[in-house]
Design a protein around this ligand. Structure first.
Ligand code: SAM
Ligand code: SF4
Length: 334
């Protein structure tokens, strides 16, 4: 068994960073209301990291002790060559887990190849089981196709599958019981996410759509008994269990239960910025480093180590104010 590299990435607050999220594209076939504005301008191709550059950066991170990588986007599966990139990342020395977040639109065809590529766990976004609401929330999505994708993922044999649901008051808050029942029926996990104020969106007011995790828990209590669990999956979800079901119910609560003290992650944006915190703009331009030093990984590694010094203590989200963070979630990588 290869020896695990020690974790070299430690910030000013003593937090060890062993988890990297990579947005491999800012493009997407959906236009979810909370993630994007209706009219989006995407990055010109030359500003986006190439697949080779992404692999090189991922390798530098695993060499520095990163054990978990999540590939995300935009919609990662719309990027040509995504499968080969995932295969290459999965075989990096020192990596324990390669996981993926997807909107599910391509999963019907890609679930089995993704499992063969070495993806261990998969997170699929699903905010509603009502086809009309799904269309309204995603603007372009087809619920039936995503449900066939989830079925294909269930059959492909991933270690675990999780649904991510962003809950907005008046849009889908009445569906939390149905969504949990769907997760139980499929033997999969589910996490509910409080919307974060990233980028300008139109068509809904984030402040009035805010639906706190505690309200979801109260709604679920009408149907289920929730028992607090100490299980962790390396991310910000706090989990609950339901007696007799394998399903874990997670809550990602950036507003009502700040999780920054245990933050173990950084993000690589589609344009190659190493983002030290989702809710701040502190970042380092790794694209410039890989392009200026195509042969020298020592400089890349040192830049990543030095970047830990500017990781902020916590995010400064305020759902009731205009967003101070102008980048949308698709660029950032959720
Ligand atoms: N396209 C893929 C998907 O939708 O799963 C991966 C990228 S998406 C940006 C990753 C996750 O971020 C999704 O679960 C999505 O629901 C969530 N997300 C997007 N915008 C968000 C926001 N403003 N606040 C909270 N979560 C958001
Ligand atoms: Fe696309 Fe995912 Fe953003 Fe929806 S949440 S628009 S599927 S990147």
């Amino acid at each position: 068994m290869p020896q695990q590299p020690t974790i070299n990435l430690i910030d000013r607050f003593g937090r060890k960073v062993d988890y990297l999220r990579i947005s491999i594209t800012d493009r997407c076939d959906f236009r979810c209301l909370y993630c994007m504005a209706e009219d989006m301008t995407f990055l010109p191709r030359e500003q986006v990291l190439s697949l080779e550059e992404i692999y090189r950066i991922a390798k530098a991170f695993t060499g520095l002790g990163v054990r978990k990588i999540r590939v995300t986007g935009g919609e990662p599966l719309v990027r040509r060559g995504a499968l080969q990139l995932l295969t290459n990342i999965a075989s990096l020395d020192g990596l324990d887990e390669l996981v993926l977040t997807t909107n599910g639109s391509q999963l019907e065809e890609m679930a089995a190849p993704l499992k063969s590529a070495g993806v261990k766990r998969i997170t699929i976004s699903l905010d509603t089981l009502d086809a009309n609401k799904f269309k309204a929330l995603t603007r372009t999505g087809d619920l039936a196709k995503v449900l066939r994708g989830i079925q294909a993922a269930c059959e492909a044999g991933f270690e675990r599958i999780k649904i991510n649901a962003v809950i907005l008051k008046g849009r889908n808050h009445e569906e939390v019981i149905n969504l949990v029942q769907f997760a139980i029926n499929h033997g999969i996990d589910i996490s509910f996410i409080e919307e974060m104020p990233l980028g300008q969106v139109n068509q809904h007011d984030r402040s009035s759509a805010y639906y706190a995790s505690d309200r979801i828990k109260a709604d679920l209590a009408a149907q289920f008994t929730l028992i607090a669990s100490t299980e962790k999956t390396g991310g910000p979800s706090v989990y609950y269990k339901i007696p007799g079901a394998s399903t874990r119910i997670g809550f990602i609560s950036p507003h009502s239960a700040n999780f920054c003290a245990s933050c173990n992650r950084v993000r690589l944006t589609a344009e190659g910025r190493l983002l030290l915190c989702l809710g701040n703009e502190h970042s380092v331009d790794l694209k410039a480093v890989v392009r200026q030093h195509p042969e020298d990984d020592a400089i890349l590694r040192q830049t990543i180590i030095d970047a830990m010094r500017i990781k902020p203590e916590k995010h400064e989200f305020n759902i009731h104010e205009q967003p101070v963070i102008l980048r949308h979630m698709n660029v950032t990588g959720g």
